[in-house]
Design a protein around this ligand. Structure first.
Ligand SMILES: N[C@@H](CCC(=O)N[C@@H](CS)C(=O)NCC(=O)O)C(=O)O
Length: 212
């Protein structure tokens, strides 16, 4: 762990690495990009994956000095809570990306983890079904998507109702009265779900769309 930031973000185009740049920009932290576009078939180029110093070679990964951190939620927690917590005082005087109030902090953690562990999990079940379903079973895909969409609907309803309550209190973000890492993590998940229409058929989430 270094005392001065020396961060490289391994950034695959159109990936969860957006969360990390979003946070680092909000914190005003300098960082280097090791960037790659996706290959024409949408996957990460193998030469890029080989450069990422983790067993899975996923994006985002960061390297800060000798320390390597993978998993977007963990990178966000690392950036906020360990070596750079002082930067929140220095740079983040207005937006309070991680509230100090304990109930608000816990709500922020809930969304930070729900972004991957709930929203992406349920949406990816549908995307993988689209990708992996055998040709012979393709006519069952709509039925399968509809069966898998219940979780996505529940997840989006949770966010919709949270944002509605926030709006009634005069707030436009997910937790408290300003931008937090809940928004930073959730932005990618929701954009991912809406852009691909993953389980979103048959409902509309106007507050979620307005927030996005
Ligand atoms: N749970 C991980 C997921 C990381 C992940 O799956 N990243 C995708 C891009 S969004 C990736 O690296 N895909 C390329 C590959 O798997 O080869 C996180 O939140 O960082």
């Amino acid at each position: 762990m270094s005392t001065q930031p020396n961060i490289t973000v391994y950034f695959l185009g159109a990936s969860r690495a957006i969360r990390i740049s979003f946070l680092l920009e909000e914190l005003g932290l300098p960082y280097k990009l090791a960037y790659s576009n996706r290959a024409t078939n949408g996957v990460a180029p193998i030469e890029f994956k080989e450069k990422i110093p983790t067993p899975l070679g996923k994006s985002p990964t960061i390297k800060d000095g000798d320390l390597v951190v993978q998993e977007s939620g963990a990178i966000i927690q690392y950036s906020l809570e360990t070596s750079y917590s002082y930067l929140i005082d220095t740079y983040d005087t207005k937006s309070n990306l991680l509230p100090s109030n304990i109930p608000l902090r816990c709500q922020t953690y809930e969304w930070l983890h729900a972004a991957e562990g709930t929203f992406m999990l349920h949406a990816l079940a549908i995307l993988y079904a689209r990708w992996k379903i055998p040709e012979a079973a393709k006519n069952h895909l709509p039925e399968m998507e509809s069966a898998l969409s219940g979780n996505v609907h529940n997840d989006l309803n949770w966010l919709e109702n949270t944002l509605k309550r926030q709006k009634e209190s005069g707030h436009q973000y997910i937790v408290g009265d300003g931008l937090t890492v809940a928004d930073v993590m959730m932005q990618f998940s929701i954009d991912f779900i809406f852009t691909r229409g993953l389980g979103t058929k048959g409902n509309d989430w106007p507050e979620v769309k307005a927030w996005l």
